[in-house]
Design a protein. Sequence first.
Length: 329
Amino acid sequence: FCRVDPYGFERPEDFDYASYEAFFSRYLVVLTRRAIKWSKLLKGNNSIQKSLKVKRYIRKGIPNEHRALVWMIVSGAQANMEQNPGYYHRLLEGEKNAKLLEAIKTDMNRTFPDNVKFRKTADPCLQHTLYNVLVAYGHHNKAVGYCQGMNFIAGYLILITKNEEESFWLLDALIGRILPDYYSPAMLGLKTDQEVLGELVKMKVPAVAELMERHGVMWTLVVSRWFICLFIDILPVETVLRIWDCLFYEGSKIIFRVALTLIKQNQAFILEATNFPDICDKFKQITKGTFVTECHSFMQKIFTDPGSLSMATINKLRETCREKLLSQG
């Protein structure tokens, strides 16, 4: 048994190798089939037009060998990189903000301590790459600068793209366009979306919403890390990557689909909770086990379980939740 997964993460002591093997042998067949279809779709010409077919392909998962390229294209990061040649390197060569550098340095050793590729002893050590990407981004987007959580996202991007500049442009796509205002100092977008999730749960899983209210558990307590880290360190790596495939193509509503599916699937389990700490504990437990490891069936579920969820609904909820937050502020 391999103690380290293909992405460099050490598996926990209690890792269930047997059920993982069983799942992966089935999943490998799916991946092989998908890889052939993707190679035909891309035909070596590195461009993809948005279409129902492409959306369907992406929902079924992008094979790892094509993942970086497809993320770059569908997120708009590729176009931005091509329109700004040399920009990334100029950011690294320019004047630096000492406070920003200090904040980023502090987080270096805290980023994926369980990943062998981010260890100081690794060769190459990805900490250096990660540092560069975050420093460049902090100077590119001064309104955001650097905020905890960004290190994990940039780290994942580096593991997939194996390319510093591409990771920078993908980070820009996520923070600048796909996620509304999650990492700005006031984190208004993040706080808004947690409230939006609460409203969606009221609509779609009312019993859970009622339980939370009865025990005075605020949504931010149980889901803020889901949103900030985009499920990194919450769900298994393969599952996170499949979620990101859709996130880059379909945008932030994917996060709500995942969150609602986790809550809906585990409704009975969550409702067993009888007090505040119990509820928090249940929310930790629902992100583990076979349901989330079987990423292929999990991804099918996120598009069926929560029912219809339009961007119009989300935007309307965002407006009312944001106004409420601002009036409280």
